[in-house]
Design a binder for this molecule. Structure first.
Ligand code: A3P
Length: 285
């Protein structure tokens, strides 16, 4: 029972933390407010990293919110049963996280001035990170061999569906004034510059000291130490604590896991599925 998935409009969701009723409520009845900020990603693309950055920006660099309130309460995943309740209860301005593909997102968002920050990561690293995560996150099915899991990932036969569809769907909002995208790789390469860009998008001005604090407290090392950000307080029936949620925090780890032929197979599907999308990502070069 614990590891069963259900389908909602063609997308798989693990039964334990999601329900068709909550998904339907999110899509049709969730009231998005104009000052909501959504942290949207395909899973394993840097969601909790962006969540930390946004929490720190919201508190003008003061780390006390991040050090006293678990990340899942600061910016709840509103498509989960508990996250929906929490998102509705939180005070404005709200931070809300989501892995939903655009077609399942709250309809009221599209009539609002709320903002979406979409973080994208090299899908080969997403695959590797997800492969490890699936082994520690109890609601997910055992991923089997990496070869098997690679095929399921490429087909979109994993929770939240296809990476390709997710990215193509959300990138359709490119150019809209309430949509901003950034890559995990840019965050890694220049965190301070990325934070400045995010502040600009949010219309938020931080002084140098506040910026320094955001950069220091959103670093991989700081987040790994912070119990409110590293999931060490998550119940053990949800997360196996023998592995770390904040696993490696690097780009290009796929090279340590995929064989040359698996990588070629990935490239082949990538070329086909990303055709016509007018964006160049850091890993395309
Ligand atoms: P790895 O498994 O490759 O280490 P999500 O939050 O979307 O589930 O993504 C989790 C991935 O983001 C993990 O990748 C995790 O280590 C990485 N991550 C989280 N915080 C980070 C940070 N401050 N710096 C770099 N990577 C981070």
């Amino acid at each position: 029972m614990f590891k069963e998935y259900f389908q909602y409009k063609g997308i798989s969701f693990p039964e334990f933390i999601y329900s068709p009723c909550a998904l339907q409520t999110v899509e049709n009845n969730f009231q998005v407010l104009d000052d909501d900020v959504f942290n949207v990603t395909y899973q394993k693309s840097g969601t909790v990293w962006m969540l930390e950055i946004l929490s720190l920006i919201q508190s003008n660099g003061d780390p006390s919110w991040c050090q006293t309130v678990p990340n899942w309460d600061r910016a709840p995943w509103y498509e989960t049963v508990l996250g929906l309740r929490r998102a509705r209860r939180n005070h404005s301005p709200r931070l809300i996280s989501s892995h939903l593909p655009i077609q399942l997102f709250a309809k009221s968002f599209f009539k609002s001035k709320a903002k979406v920050i979409y973080t994208i990561r090299n899908p080969k690293d997403v695959l590797v990170s997800l492969y490890h995560f699936a082994q520690m996150f109890h609601p997910f099915k055992d991923p089997g061999s990496l070869d098997q899991f690679l095929e399921e990932f490429l087909k979109g036969d994993v929770p939240f569906g296809s990476w390709f569809d997710h990215v193509r769907g959300w990138m359709g909002l490119q150019g809209h004034e309430n949509f901003f995208y950034i890559t995990y790789e840019e965050l890694l390469q220049d965190l301070r510059g990325s934070v400045e860009q995010i502040c600009q998008f949010l219309g938020k001005q931080l002084d140098e000291q506040a910026l320094d604090s955001v950069v220091a407290n959103a670093s991989f090392q700081a987040m790994r130490k912070n119990k409110m950000s590293n999931f060490s307080t998550a119940p053990s029936f949800i997360l196996n604590k023998n592995s770390s949620f904040l696993r490696k925090g690097i780009s290009g780890d796929w090279k340590n896991h995929l064989t040359a032929s698996q990588s070629e197979r990935f490239d082949c599907v990538y070329q086909e599925r990303m055709q016509g999308l007018d964006v160049t990502f850091p890993w395309d070069n």
